[in-house]
Design a protein around this ligand. Structure first.
Ligand code: AMP
Ligand code: MG
Length: 335
């Protein structure tokens, strides 16, 4: 018997089983980067069989593609081109923009116009749009009303059969920033799931989606931001295969005299939501992050009472309100 040959076979088998063992070992990876004027954080558990550089490349390519379609800050994006299109001109809608627009229109209709993606004119007027106008005093009422008229979403015509969009009136401009981050989070989840990953969390600028378990093999938990002057514990939300998105006035605002105006505008009045209301933030928990993102913005416009009625239209979603006043008692309210 040739022991030398058997020895070689055994050694090869041992090396192969070490390699297989190593490749099957589960570990956690953290990816981070910048997109949409904010940052993203992705945590996922994977084995050595998963090609990390391919995954990173796919995620970066996805984010670029979403931005190329939906960033109003990029004058060459699809949405900026649509905003420059002539009245009646039929513009073909690419895939990401199509999905985001469809969700926008559902929430716009359900909210009776509190959520309105055709309000870019108003966002710009108050200094929150891509024209980056510096606003130091309230725009005149007539100007607000005139621009508000141009934001009538009824003048946006989405042709389902041709997957195209046209504006029926001059001055109408769209913006999908209220739900694009959530949409991108969902699309990254599709990429991770496509690589066979089950345990992960994805966050873009505070909009989050989780799957499976966290690194401690427990359900994922997300801490909600509290007002700066509140020193109690942050409320925590447990998520199971869910998403959470938060809207509030603490990220982006302007101050005019003594009033703080948030970047979220009530298209029904033409005025931004002011920070002096009792509501600090709204978080919506939903199966998909795109819907959570759109609903959180809508609820911040509507305030607590109106939102509680509105949210009944979305039975698989939940809403949490964080109040400025008396946060220890009424910090979180759910449906
Ligand atoms: P979010 O941070 O997700 O609440 O989104 C805020 C962004 O959504 C703003 O910067 C605007 O671009 C846009 N936005 C503000 N108000 C509204 C509204 N009432 N309906 C739809 N989009 C809005
Ligand atoms: Mg939102």
């Amino acid at each position: 018997m040739n022991l030398g040959r058997w020895g070689g076979v055994v050694a090869t088998l041992v090396v192969a089983s070490i390699v297989v063992g190593y490749l099957s070992l589960k570990r956690w990876t953290h990816l981070t980067g910048s997109t949409m004027g904010t940052t993203y954080q992705i945590h996922f558990e994977h084995s050595g069989y998963v090609g990390l550089s391919d995954l990173e490349w796919d995620i970066e390519a996805l984010l670029q593609s979403v931005n190329q379609q939906l960033s109003t800050w990029d004058k060459d994006s699809w949405i900026s081109e649509f905003n420059r299109s002539a009245v009646g001109e039929e513009v073909a809608v690419p895939r990401h923009a199509w999905e985001v627009l469809q969700c926008s229109l559902v929430v716009a209709e359900a909210s009776g116009g509190a959520f309105n993606p055709a309000s870019l004119g108003l966002f710009d007027l108050w200094g929150f749009g891509p024209r980056k106008i510096k606003v130091t005093s309230q725009p005149p009422l007539e100007t607000i009303q005139q621009i508000q008229k141009g934001c009538n979403i009824g003048n946006l015509f989405l042709d389902e059969a041709n997957q195209s969009l046209k504006k029926l009136s001059d001055g109408l401009q769209i913006d999908a920033s209220a739900l694009t981050k959530g949409y991108a989070v969902d699309q990254i989840a599709v990429i991770l799931e496509g690589s066979g990953l089950q345990n992960f969390s994805i966050e873009i600028g505070g909009e989050i989606r989780v799957s499976g378990k966290d690194p401690n093999d427990r359900n994922w938990e997300v801490g909600l931001q509290v007002p700066a002057d509140y020193d109690g514990p942050a409320p925590v939300v447990e998520l199971v295969q869910q998403s959470i998105a938060t809207s509030g006035g603490s990220q982006d605002f302007i101050r005019i005299e003594d009033t703080v105006y948030t970047h979220i505008i009530d298209p029904r009045t033409g005025y931004p939501v002011t920070a002096d209301q009792s509501l600090f933030s709204v978080s919506v928990i939903a199966p998909h992050c795109i819907l959570a993102d759109a609903l959180a913005t809508a609820c911040f416009v509507m305030g607590m009472e109106e939102s509680e009625v509105f949210m009944r239209k979305f039975p698989d979603c939940e809403v949490r309100f964080i109040l400025h006043e008396n946060p220890t008692i009424n910090l979180v309210r759910s449906q």
